[in-house]
Write a protein that binds this ligand. Structure first.
Ligand SMILES: C[S@@+](CC[C@H](N)C(=O)[O-])C[C@H]1O[C@@H](n2cnc3c(N)ncnc32)[C@H](O)[C@@H]1O
Length: 200
């Protein structure tokens, strides 16, 4: 990537940001909110925090923590959180200390996994496994095919595959939900998959 994530936010060059929570997340919060639990819910790669705030609104008992490597994104997420419903922290998710906390009930992510270089996705999966206690859920809206080219080295966003997710998560997690979302942002229809994996 030529520009860093933070530079992209500084220049307002953020085409992934639709200014609203992801439609499949809103469906999940309406129909499957139990997967999120009511503890601490981490949202890695939260950007300006639209998804984190939607989760906090739907599950007010939970403590929602948005994490992003970009200081500018975190600053803007805080500014948009008028009702102070979430915490937002600058953090590199790949360098999170693997401190499993019984307080964490879920990790929700949307368009973060596709932003991670495939060579580093093992570290991403390690972080999820290290932070979630047994029974906690990794809830993801995986953007499987964000681009036409089928070259896994091109990105971000990078392509993802179901096999890859099983390879990375299958040993320490059990797949409990997998559906193509019924609603999606324009241009993402049929390209995403909602998955919920439970920490063993
Ligand atoms: C494609 S954007 C999606 C942002 C947000 N989920 C949204 O839909 O608007 C990917 C986000 O992941 C963040 N990111 C990339 N690598 C990260 C890392 N290692 N740790 C935390 N955040 C990261 C970027 O700064 C960016 O905000």
């Amino acid at each position: 990537m030529l520009m860093s994530w933070d530079e992209r936010y500084q220049q307002q060059d953020t085409p992934w940001d639709k200014g609203a929570p992801a439609p499949p997340l809103l469906d999940l919060l309406r129909d499957q909110s139990a997967y999120f639990g009511q503890g601490e819910i981490l949202v890695p790669g939260c950007g300006r925090g639209h998804d984190a705030r939607a989760i906090a609104k739907a599950i007010p008992q939970a403590e929602v923590v948005g994490l992003d490597i970009s200081a500018t994104a975190i600053q803007e997420a805080k500014a948009l959180d008028f009702d102070k419903t979430c915490q937002f922290r600058k953090a590199d998710f790949l360098a999170m200390p693997a401190e499993e906390s019984s307080e964490v009930s879920a990790i929700f992510e949307h368009t973060c996994f596709c932003a991670i270089d495939p060579a580093e996705r093992g570290v991403y999966a390690e972080a999820c496994a290290g932070l979630l206690p047994s029974g906690g859920h990794w809830v993801t809206i995986i953007f499987l095919t964000p681009r036409e080219e089928d070259d896994p080295t091109i990105g971000p966003p990078f392509q993802s595959s179901v096999d890859e997710i099983h390879r990375l998560f299958g040993e320490r997690f059990t797949l409990v939900y997998s559906e193509t979302p019924k609603s999606a942002f324009k241009g993402r229809q049929g390209k995403e998959l909602v998955m919920v994996w439970r920490r063993k």
